[in-house]
Design a protein around this ligand. Structure first.
Ligand code: ZN
Length: 164
C-alpha cells in the first residue's frame, strides 16, 4: 500500500471526466492506495482522480471515525437519485480547510462493480448517500464549488484562495 499525494483544486486533473475501470489487480492496488490515503488524511471518501488516476473508482467509509468501519470500493458507479433535497456541509480532501454547503438528494440507488467484478446494486441513505454523490461527482470532474450558484461559488472560491 502506498499513501499517495492528494491533488488540490484547481489541479486540472480534478476537472476531467474519468474513464471506465476494469476490475483486476491494478484496480485492487488502486483501491488499497485510496484507502491508505483516505484513512491517513483523515477522510471519509476519496476518488481516484484525487490522487491523479483518471479512472472511475472511489472508496468511502463514512463511519470509521466513529469506530464502525463500513468500507466500500465502487468501480464504475452509476447513481439514481431519489428522495428529498437536503443541504449539508461537505468537506473535500482536495479543498482542504474549507467546507461548503451543498444541496444533495437524500437517497441514492447505486449500481457499481466490486473488486471481484460482480455487479452490485444498493440503496444508500444518510451520510453514505451524500458521500457517494460527492465522490461520483469527482469521477465527472465536478467538485463542491461546481454545485453552488454563481455568487456562492465566487464567494467560496475567494474564501478558499484567501486561506493561508
Ligand atoms: Zn472531494
Amino acid at each position: 500500500m502506498t499513501r499517495a499525494a492528494i491533488l488540490r483544486w484547481p489541479d486540472p486533473r480534478l476537472s476531467k471526466v474519468c474513464a471506465p475501470a476494469t476490475p483486476g489487480p491494478d484496480v485492487a492496488n488502486l483501491a488499497r492506495d485510496l484507502f491508505e490515503t483516505m484513512y491517513a488524511a483523515p477522510g471519509r471518501g476519496l476518488a481516484a482522480p484525487q490522487i491523479g488516476v483518471l479512472l472511475r473508482v472511489f472508496v468511502m467509509d463514512v463511519t470509521w471515525k466513529e469506530g464502525t468501519p463500513r468500507p466500500w470500493v465502487c468501480i464504475n458507479p452509476e447513481l439514481r437519485l431519489e428522495g428529498d433535497v437536503v443541504s449539508s456541509t461537505e468537506g473535500c480532501l482536495s479543498i482542504p480547510g474549507l467546507t461548503t454547503d451543498v444541496a444533495r438528494k437524500t437517497r441514492a440507488v447505486m449500481s457499481y462493480t466490486d473488486l471481484a467484478g460482480r455487479h452490485q446494486r444498493v440503496t444508500l441513505t444518510g451520510a453514505e448517500a451524500i458521500c457517494a454523490q460527492h465522490e461520483a461527482d469527482h469521477l465527472d470532474g465536478i467538485v463542491t464549488f461546481d454545485r453552488l450558484s454563481a455568487p456562492d461559488r465566487m464567494r467560496a472560491v475567494s474564501d478558499y484562495e484567501a486561506l493561508p
